[in-house]
Ligand binder design. Structure first.
Ligand code: MEZ
Length: 702
């Protein structure tokens, strides 16, 4: 008896210890059914069933199938997004599904570095939950019967492209009276257009059911989500708001004719420069723009504009010469550039900087960019992105001159009669246009956003992310070819080495020009960071995983306003110490600390024994906090295009100028050869935009 009691006691002690160990060591597993059960007990459960919704992701539609169990909680979330970048958005999908199950609501955090995919999932989730009779509506305030809203002013927020977007809406019982949208971190001249254009569409529709502003989808959708948030607070049942007006794609369009001296196709930097100059020279211009806003790829330009022998360089004691500019550009372009075009660009560059001064667009900050022997890239004083800065000023000047831009009007064909171009055919939303013009300037940009053309000319780049604006569809190249234009270097497509892959955001070369370094996943530098882009991109692709981190410090951030955008977009990792930063990016802390130490010594000695970098070494990286952005190469510039001569006349396959047809900017080939130098795109658009304009004016006067 005594013996069996002792055995009992021993078994009890062992069992107790096992239970204790189990409690201490077995991690509680996440149980969606349990969560759903808890949720079902909350007021206003979802309606059981399966709900599907989709939204635009990075590479196509992202679809969500949400299952609400019998108990009213979310029991399953299946996300598909075959077009998402595999290592970024694609990799984030399982985590996003887990977040939905854990949150049991539309409030998920998203995955940092996969912003676009996360935004799409959030959007689809909000729609699916709204359809499932989300608890927010059921348990929130309710407008009186027969009314849409509880009168008052309400504020809603949602995550946009660069940070929070806020909507303040004033409503009466059944009307949206006014709307105030703020989105200070949205991309200037892209997202900011949605901020200024969408409120009118919303007021006209009296609904959240309006189309996004094309090309500014992320910001548009954030505005609509923030509006929904505010209207729900106003007791609105969103499903009662007017549906979007059905657009009849087959509705007949009117046929309109417009007469002009010069028709400019494309309102990017080259087109706007040409329009301003031609108008100042007394010509009637019509500008066609396929997007709902101007700017094109110029809006995306960040670093600056190359120019030699400028008054800014002279005032700052920077020695440079037109000859060095030419040689750097030829060398960077693998000597296949058209030397005559390069020469005229370099020769006219200082005057172009003066012209920008004259229209209130000064670029006084001069620094280094890849492949440049001297400090030559000119940027706005505070280091903000050059493109948005110029587009704003070009638009102001065009307003002042009364230049008419026909937005959302896509040129389809050149009108070619008796061997000369005499106009353009275009399609608008409600009308087809015949633009009769004495001369036409093609300024349609490159084809970096047209996957079919990328694959046609460079199948190896299929699926590569692109920094190009949505309008970079190559239309000008196709139209010019149809009237016999010759093409040059059409397979020369530039990869920019520092592109954040989740957002396709370009991390400007100026970050390296101002002193940043690149390290691989092993925490080591692997190249001279300021070699030409083709070389740096190639070196990156050889590293583990084909990516790298760009590393900089607080001093560098303070001197370059463009960086604020990267921080507000959430793609930047910040560490109080180098070791802290290393831990966050999963790099060995001691190795990263040693890399920074070696680099700082090289900066002090002005000698980089490892990779012979000799530019962008004015400051070391020693002021905490420290920053990293994970980057890899992305398509940035299509260097080939329509063949032109030094008068920007388009050349046909027999080597003759096509009468009446001129071209400038990324639609052309020959200026940049096999690799464009950073800062030469803005030089190209301003200088050749001006040349095309002068030549077209002269042609009209003949
Ligand atoms: O000219 C460019 O493409 C450029 C300077 C880009 C950048 O890195 O900012």
């Amino acid at each position: 008896m005594e013996k069996s009691r002792r055995i009992y006691d021993a078994i009890a002690v062992v069992a107790f210890v096992i239970v204790l160990l189990a409690v201490a060591f077995i991690k509680p597993t996440y149980n969606p059914n349990k969560q759903a059960e808890q949720f079902a007990n909350a007021e206003g459960a979802y309606t059981p069933g399966t709900y599907t919704a989709e939204a635009d992701g990075f590479g196509g539609k992202v679809a969500l199938e949400l299952t609400i169990g019998d108990n009213g909680g979310i029991t399953n979330a299946v996300i598909t997004g075959d077009g998402e970048t595999p290592d970024v958005g694609g990799a984030a999908i399982p985590e996003l599904a887990n977040q939905i199950l854990a949150a049991q609501s539309a409030e998920i955090d998203g995955v940092s570095g996969a912003t676009v995919t996360s935004t799409a999932v959030k959007e689809a989730l909000a729609a699916a939950i709204a359809e499932a009779g989300g608890q927010e509506v059921a348990s929130g305030p309710k407008a009186a019967d027969g009314n849409l809203f509880i009168p008052g002013t309400y504020t809603g927020t949602a995550k946009g492209f660069g940070g929070d977007v806020e909507v303040e809406v004033e409503v009466t019982e059944n009307n949206i009276e006014s709307l105030n949208v703020t989105g200070d971190h949205e991309t200037e001249n892209i997202g900011t257009f949605a901020v200024s254009m969408l409120p009118d569409k919303i007021l006209a529709a009296q609904s959240v059911n309006v189309d996004a502003i094309s090309g500014a989808t992320v910001t548009s959708k954030a505005i609509l989500r923030a509006l929904q948030d505010a209207l729900k607070q106003a007791g609105c049942d969103i499903s009662k708001l007017p549906e979007a007006e059905a657009v009849d794609a087959n509705a007949p369009k009117s046929e309109e004719t417009v007469d002009a001296d010069i028709c400019i196709v494309g309102a990017g930097g080259a087109g706007m420069t040409a329009a301003i100059k031609a108008t100042e020279n007394g010509k009637k211009v019509v500008v066609l723009e396929m997007m709902p806003y101007a700017g094109g790829n110029t809006t995306k330009a960040t670093g600056g504009m190359n120019a030699a022998e400028t008054h800014y360089q002279k005032e700052q004691g920077i020695e440079d010469s037109v000859e060095t500019f030419i040689e750097d550009t030829m060398e960077g372009g693998h000597q296949i550039n058209n030397r005559d075009l390069v020469t005229i660009m370099a020769e006219k560059s200082a005057a172009a900087i003066d012209w920008l001064d004259s229209i209130g667009a000064p670029l006084p900050k001069v620094s280094f960019s890849g492949g440049a022997t001297n400090q030559r890239i000119h940027a706005p004083e505070d280091g903000s992105g050059v493109g948005a800065f110029l587009v704003t000023r070009f638009l102001n000047k065009m307003d002042e001159l009364g230049i008419n831009v026909m937005y959302e009007t896509r040129a389809t064909d050149l009108i070619f009669e008796d061997g000369a171009v005499v106009g353009v055919k275009a399609e608008g939303k409600t009308a087809n246009y015949t633009i009769n013009a004495k001369a036409v300037i093609l300024a349609t940009g490159g084809f970096g956003n047209n996957q079919d053309m990328i694959v046609k000319y460079r199948s190896d780049l299929k699926g590569t992310v692109s920094t190009s604006a949505p309008g970079a569809m190559g239309d000008g190249i196709v139209m010019a070819e149809a009237v016999g234009a010759d093409l040059v270097d059409i397979d020369q497509i530039q990869l920019h080495p520092t592109v954040e892959q989740g957002t396709s955001m370009l991390i400007t070369e100026s970050v390296r020009g101002d002193g940043a370094i690149l390290v691989n996943q092993e925490g080591k530098r692997f190249t001279n960071e300021l070699l030409t882009r083709d070389k740096v991109s190639a070196a990156e692709l050889e590293q583990t995983g084909g990516y790298a981190y760009i590393i900089f410090d607080q001093r560098l951030r303070d001197g370059l306003k463009a960086i604020e955008k990267y921080v507000s977009t959430g793609i930047t990792v910040q560490g109080d110490t180098i070791e802290d930063l290393a831990g966050q990016i999963d790099v060995d802390p001691a190795t990263l600390a040693e890399t920074l130490d070696t680099w700082n010594k090289a900066v002090a000695a002005k000698k980089d024994a490892e990779f012979e970098r000799d530019t962008g070494m004015d400051n070391d990286l020693s002021v905490a906090p420290y920053y990293a952005i994970k980057i890899a190469p992305g398509i940035h510039h299509t260097m080939g295009g329509v063949k032109i001569d030094t008068k920007a006349e388009v050349i046909d396959k027999s080597g003759n100028a096509i009468p009446g047809l001129f071209a400038a900017g990324e639609v052309t080939g020959g200026v940049h050869g096999g690799n464009r130098l950073g800062g030469n795109a803005v030089a190209d658009i301003v200088i050749f935009g001006g040349i095309a304009s002068d030549s077209a004016v002269e042609y009209c006067d003949k």
